[in-house]
Design a protein around this ligand. Structure first.
Ligand SMILES: [Zn+2]
Length: 64
């Protein structure tokens, strides 16, 4: 569905902060994290830990 020409693993962009997603130096994983429920798409390590994880925790509380 995404025919963007910049879809190579090393050029993924975080949908939250719009910075380039760098491959994980340890695992080599270059595809970022699922940004749900903050946004649709992939996000970087930083946004995942600061925005996405807290949002999921809050959602878990709200959803009860
Ligand atoms: Zn980010």
């Amino acid at each position: 569905m995404d025919t963007n020409e910049n879809t190579k693993p090393d050029t993924l962009t975080c949908v939250i902060c719009e910075h380039k997603i760098e491959p994980n130096p340890i695992s080599g994983w270059a595809y970022g994290h699922n940004a749900y429920p903050v946004a649709e798409g992939k996000c970087c390590d930083f946004c995942h830990s600061t925005d996405v994880l807290p949002a999921r925790i809050m959602g878990a509380f709200n959803g009860k």
